[in-house]
Design a protein around this ligand. Structure first.
Ligand SMILES: O=C([O-])CC(=O)C(=O)O
Ligand SMILES: [Mg+2]
Length: 576
């Protein structure tokens, strides 16, 4: 498949002819002949449960292994959705869905694609956070690959144990900063698994091309170290050279095993390592940091869309961030870059319109010496300011963005200060999961008397204020990474460039319509996500071609159509 020999579905080798085949063109579910269909039923990639047809039951030695009824996939879906809705506890729904994924992968994705708004909060944020916290207790069958310090020197062998060879996207974490929940060590695995489920459901990347990986270098979480059910290495985190060497072996092994064009998405690393890894590997590998770049792209999209409500250009606004980590500085930098593209002004000038507050207060020049390197560009000339509310009063921002990972920071006082300054204060609460959100939708609309434009990283239900129903937008990188990754894959991009992130933002912002604005939204609903992803993929791919970073030649004429044609469909295939 190297050398531009791309078929449908983004050029992933199509071992079973699954995606080349239409619904009526049968495929062979296995290539070796076997005596019983028992193992076919236990292979989640090919199992259809009660939907195996009479013909398939005969041809594949399934007679008697199933009760007589033959169900449609639609009826199976209806039954499962009904069953899921019986569970009141979100974690039970999560476990039921994970069981389904391990039992019948296509049905799992059918549910996810058809019910994305209902199921996103279950397989993803916020429930996935709780699942990671309790991963040891709910652990059944392992998913993904575990690379621990024990595998040092043998990482290539570990990769070779994975059954799929045509991997196109890896999501990898070391579990040190899972959402806003902190160090969950090896139990962070829930995150790469969840992210990759979205790559397939939201972006259409085939499941066999997705590989979740957790790197286990220990944990500093005392609770987990003392938890008898903890699944990871029971030691404190390796750091420094030991850490760097393991990561380097990993990055080299991935390239050796999967080649130049596998996309490696870094997820939920702690700040110091996240910036370091991105800087170190972005010139030699196809790497993307979701928390720095994906979050930046989704927030920029929301801002571009919101300009139609707020008026002015991006450069006319002033931004204040609470939190100066991956998300905060990543978003700030992408905003400054977009301003430069729009105005032609140097980026240093644009940065001055963006202010950040960290746990020590406003980031100002007098603090420069003691700041971590990624905060230094944001140390502008100003008196020291300790409290957020005073920073709001001093800086007079039009936009306030929370990325601190700490909940409840946008107090009534802070919001009232924003509302006094702005007719329509734009205030985003990006920290995840819901427990870490800076404020809630209810607080947003009540405290601002219905004036705030609100978006949050975790989902919130619509809220009625003063007779009007406000629908909170979800500013989550889940809008970006699936389509972004698809764009990278279909163009055969070999590197990620910041302009591709800007292209993704613009594509997403263009999907927001009048009807959405009227409900208070600055993001389109997730129910349209496959169409949105195809548009993002097309713009990202177009930019990759323009920059000369694309290796899939010639460039397809209609990139949106091409992206759509590459998407995985969860409908069952007919087996011959
Ligand atoms: O996973 C999410 O919902 C968004 C994200 O990347 C994070 O919070 O780290
Ligand atoms: Mg993340």
């Amino acid at each position: 498949m190297d050398g531009g020999d791309y078929s449908v579905a983004g050029g992933v080798e199509d071992v079973y002819g699954e995606d080349a085949a239409s619904m009526d063109q049968p495929v062979t579910p296995w290539t070796v002949s076997v005596a019983s269909g028992y193992s076919l039923m236990r292979d989640p990639r090919h199992n259809k449960g009660l939907a195996f047809t009479e013909k398939e039951r005969d041809a594949h030695y399934l007679r008697g292994l199933l009760p007589p009824v033959v169900l449609t996939q639609e009826l199976q879906e209806k039954k499962l959705m009904h069953n899921l809705r019986q569970y009141q506890v979100p974690l039970q729904r999560y476990m039921a869905l994970m069981d389904l994924q391990e039992r019948n992968e296509r049905l799992f994705y059918k549910l996810l694609v058809d019910n994305v708004e209902e199921l996103l909060p279950v397989v993803y944020t916020p429930t996935v956070g709780e699942a990671c916290q309790k991963y040891g207790s709910i652990f059944r069958r392992p998913q993904g690959l575990y690379v621990s310090l024990k595998e040092k020197g043998k990482i290539l062998e570990v990769l070779k144990n994975w059954p799929q060879r045509s991997v196109q996207v890896i999501v990898v974490t070391d579990g040190e900063r899972i959402l806003g929940l902190g160090d969950l060590g090896c139990q962070g695995m829930g995150i790469p698994v969840g992210k990759l489920s979205l790559y397939t459901a939201l972006g259409g990347v085939r499941p066999s091309a997705c590989l979740p990986i957790t790197i286990d270098v220990g944990t500093n979480n005392e609770k987990l170290l003392n938890d008898e059910f903890y699944i990871g290495l029971r030691q404190r985190r390796a750091t420094g050279q030991e850490y760097a060497e393991l990561l380097h072996e990993f990055m080299s092994a991935v390239k050796q095993n999967y080649g130049e064009k596998v996309l490696i998405q870094f997820e939920d690393f702690a700040n110091h390592n996240a910036f370091e890894l991105l800087a170190r590997y972005s010139s030699s590998h196809l790497v993307f940091n979701d928390d720095i770049q994906g979050t930046a792209s989704v927030v920029l999209a929301g801002l571009l869309a919101a300009l139609r409500l707020l008026g002015g250009t991006l450069a006319d606004h002033r931004f204040l961030f609470l939190g100066a980590g991956e998300a905060g500085t990543g978003i700030a930098e992408l905003i400054a870059l977009e301003m430069s593209k729009q105005t032609g002004n140097p980026i240093e000038e644009n940065r001055k319109k963006i202010w950040l507050v960290d746990s020590r207060g406003l980031i100002v020049d007098s603090r420069k010496e003691s700041l971590q390197h990624f905060k230094k560009p944001w140390a502008h000339e100003h008196e020291p300011v300790k409290e957020l509310v005073d920073a709001v009063k001093a800086i007079k921002p039009t936009v306030l963005i929370g990325t601190s990972g700490v909940g409840k920071q946008f107090t009534k006082e802070v919001v009232e200060a924003m509302a006094a300054l702005n007719e329509k204060p734009l205030i985003m609460a990006l920290s995840n999961p819901t427990s870490q959100a800076e404020w809630t939708a209810e607080e947003a609309y009540t405290w601002s008397e219905g004036r705030a434009i609100f978006a949050s990283g975790s989902p919130f239900d619509p809220f009625e204020y003063d007779g009007k129903v406000f629908v909170p937008g979800q500013a989550n990188n889940a809008y970006i990474f699936p389509g972004f990754g698809l764009g990278v894959i279909i163009s055969g991009a070999i590197r990620v460039h910041d302009d591709m992130l800007l292209a993704a933002s613009e594509a997403l912002a263009l999907q927001v319509t009048e009807e959405h604005y009227e409900k208070g939204l600055i993001y389109p609903p997730f129910s349209d996500i496959r169409k949105i992803s195809a548009n993002i993929a097309a713009k990202v791919a177009a930019k990759a071609y323009e920059l000369g970073l694309a290796s899939h030649l010639p460039q397809p004429k209609d990139l949106v159509k091409y992206a759509e044609s590459c998407m995985y469909s969860p409908k069952y295939r007919t087996y011959r």
